[in-house]
Design a protein around this ligand. Structure first.
Ligand code: SF4
Length: 311
């Protein structure tokens, strides 16, 4: 299974089967808070980065191995190692998946390409789309998302607005709040005005809980999150701290393998992913749980973030 991972427990989507259509780490942004690390290929070029047919074959094989796929999986979720709408085949895959299964389809996107009519159209076969919007002024957008030079915040806002109004499924807006960067009072008030012009079922507020790509990305505390929530109105909910205790790691043996590796030497998330043939996002889930259990800790080195076992 190279492009499909999980199902992994997701705070918002239950048991989520991840579909990764993008090579690590290809994205139109290079967000300061990105849990995947720095963007190595910043692009807006849409192409078939991962072959469509190989993804379909993997999905069919996985579903046929399950006794009751509908019970085992709550959502099939397009997310992964970068921005999924960069894959030019995402539309035909959504269509094909609809024909194969009745499991709901979700797309987690940074929203940067929704200004393109073609991208809005190809997402029409999804049941749920979760675009993110972390800034409403150009200065803050550049700081928090470090976008591809062709992108402006105005384009992003217009694209999400237009998409949310024409999409038949649900649109949830995700806002990642970073202390001192995009949590200023004026930015949040303007964000509330912009969100009110979109057709949204929910506004989900997140903050920097997982180790970010840059050390300057710091989280808001629960009280500060609450203040932002009040400004954004009744559709807003805080997902950063929500129900995190209920997240479970499914396989103890995988956790033990990661621990054994980290007892030998400190490793990065991609190191663990490569060595154990686990998807990056799965490794992140395990590491997060192991940090909660105090069995591993992170250390920052000049070349990135490493993890090591706590003896
Ligand atoms: S949009 Fe997502 S994948 Fe891309 S840099 Fe930001 S957080 Fe990372």
């Amino acid at each position: 299974m190279k492009h499909i991972f999980g199902p992994v427990p997701s705070r918002r989507l239950g048991a989520s089967l991840g579909i990764d259509l993008i090579p690590y780490k290809t994205c139109s942004y290079d967000c300061v808070y990105c849990q995947l690390g720095g963007t190595t290929n910043k692009t807006v070029e849409r192409k078939e980065y991962i072959l469509r047919d190989s993804v379909i074959t993997e999905l069919k094989s996985l579903l046929s191995s399950l006794e009751s796929p509908r019970q085992a999986i709550d959502y099939i979720t397009f997310s992964g190692s970068g921005e999924p709408t960069l894959n030019s085949e995402i539309g035909s895959l959504l269509k094909e998946f609809k024909a194969i299964t009745d499991i709901p389809l979700a797309v987690l996107t940074n929203g940067s390409l929704l200004f393109q009519e073609a991208v809005r159209e190809v997402l029409s076969n999804a049941d749920l789309v979760v675009p993110s919007l972390d800034a409403v002024t150009e200065e803050v957008f550049q700081k928090v998302n470090k976008p591809h030079p062709s992108l402006t915040v105005e384009k992003i806002i217009d694209g999400i607005k237009e998409f949310s109004r024409s999409f038949d499924g649900e649109t949830w807006l995700e806002i990642m709040l970073v202390k001192g960067i995009n949590d200023g009072q004026e930015e949040i008030e303007r964000m509330a005005e912009v969100a009110a012009e979109m057709k949204l079922a929910k506004i989900q507020l997140n903050t920097v809980i997982r180790p970010p790509s840059e050390k300057i990305a710091l989280p808001l505390n629960e009280e500060e999150m609450q203040q932002v929530k009040e400004k954004l109105g009744e559709k807003a909910e805080i997902i950063a701290y929500f129900d995190r205790k209920k997240e479970r790691i499914y396989k103890g043996d995988v956790e033990n393998e990661i621990l054994a590796m980290l007892q030998r030497r400190p490793c990065t998330i991609p190191d663990i992913s490569n060595a154990l043939s686990l998807h990056i996002n799965e490794v992140i889930k395990y590491i997060e749980q192991m940090q909660k259990n105090n069995s591993v800790k992170s250390i920052t080195r000049r070349d990135g973030l490493y993890y090591q076992a706590i003896k």
